[in-house]
Design a protein around this ligand. Sequence first.
Ligand code: GDP
Length: 434
Amino acid sequence: KPVVAIVGRPNVGKSTIFNRIVGSRISIVEDIPGVTRDRIYSSGEWLTHEFNIIDTGGIDIGDEPFLEQIRQQAEIAIDEADVIIFLTNGREGVTSADEEVAKILYKAKKPVVLAVNKIDNPEMREQIYDFYSLGFGEPFPISGSHGLGLGDLLDEAAKHFPKSGQKDYGDDVIKFSLIGRPNVGKSSLVNAILGEDRVIVSNIAGTTRDAIDSELKFNGDQYVIIDTAGMRKKGKVYETTEKYSVLRALRAIERSDVVLVVIDGEEGIIEQDKRIAGYAHEAGRAVVIVVNKWDAVEKDEKTMKAFEEQIREHFLFLDYAPIVFLSAKTKKRIHTLIPMINKACENHSLRVETSVLNDVIMDAVAMNPTPSDKGKRLRIYYVTQVAVKPPAFVVFVNDPELMHFSYLRFLENRIRDAFGFEGTPIRIFARERK
Ligand code: GDP
């Protein structure tokens, strides 16, 4: 999908516009209880166009001076985006900070669409003419708070979308990526996998803007590794800005069926690992937790168990993900990765039989009565699987208000007990039967 970035000095309304554009999408996702929500990156739709959009204002640059922050955000946008929306504020006119942003964008050689925000009514339209001076042609008047003008703006942006984006692999190709903070050993793992005995590497040429795709075959099955790690060493911003690597990770996750969340066994789990793992979970991808550098850990017979408990404690939301302890360096247990990826992928697209599913749920209800409120009891009529990748279930009930999160969780666990689903998240919703 093409990538659109919103750039501009603080307070021009970047996040408002971002939320407007992705609005409907995000509210769907919000049904799902999650651990983290990062709003800097999301997908949007306009007419027949689908695209991804970045709010660079949400990228935390740290304690740099004001102008330096703007500069870094703009550079990220230039690097990441196919089209840049340069946002300004019609109520304040052209400021020197706008001019600074403009200077950086001139050099970008990427299409820039200039938008003037906070033009809330037609009388204010005259305000936009000043903005021609920024040198990006016709300014588009918009109003984030009223949702005006966004259609025209997106039409203009869509004119600049590249003809074909990233390479699309067939549905029979298993796509997986490795995510994790810097230095956990992602690149080393990719090399270890590619160097495996029975792995036939067919192509490593698929370098895209944000990742290197390696195509490989194992036991007759085709895979693609989406490797973001190698791109990291390009410049200063890449290393200093955590959210920037997060952006990369999010893009890789989006293209993956299975995500390997890599943890450094030597250093243990830190907060950043948790956030990164949260993205994979929220995106609904299959997940395998990989503890790398296990060779470097001093251990006895209890060490692995203890580490596993730590992982479970820190990543409560990933209770479905299998864990593997291995070493990219010594290659120990590297060969177990692909079978685990296969299994997780299979479960991710598993469809269960409706009648068996309903038997499982009815047994569960018999065991643990449904919640009730003010004398009204929740009634479950039936359950149906509505989607795969990840598997999603709808529970039809008399009144969804009576459904507790904990009861849904209970049902989810019964479904897992009955069908497995190891390695994949499950979505489960209550809906009223009409
Ligand atoms: P990335 O940033 O996640 O891609 O990490 P790299 O693959 O660049 O690895 C970071 C460092 O960890 C390098 O110095 C590697 O040699 C080292 N490393 C990677 N895997 C292992 C491992 O399994 N065991 C040990 N002891 N070191 C490793």
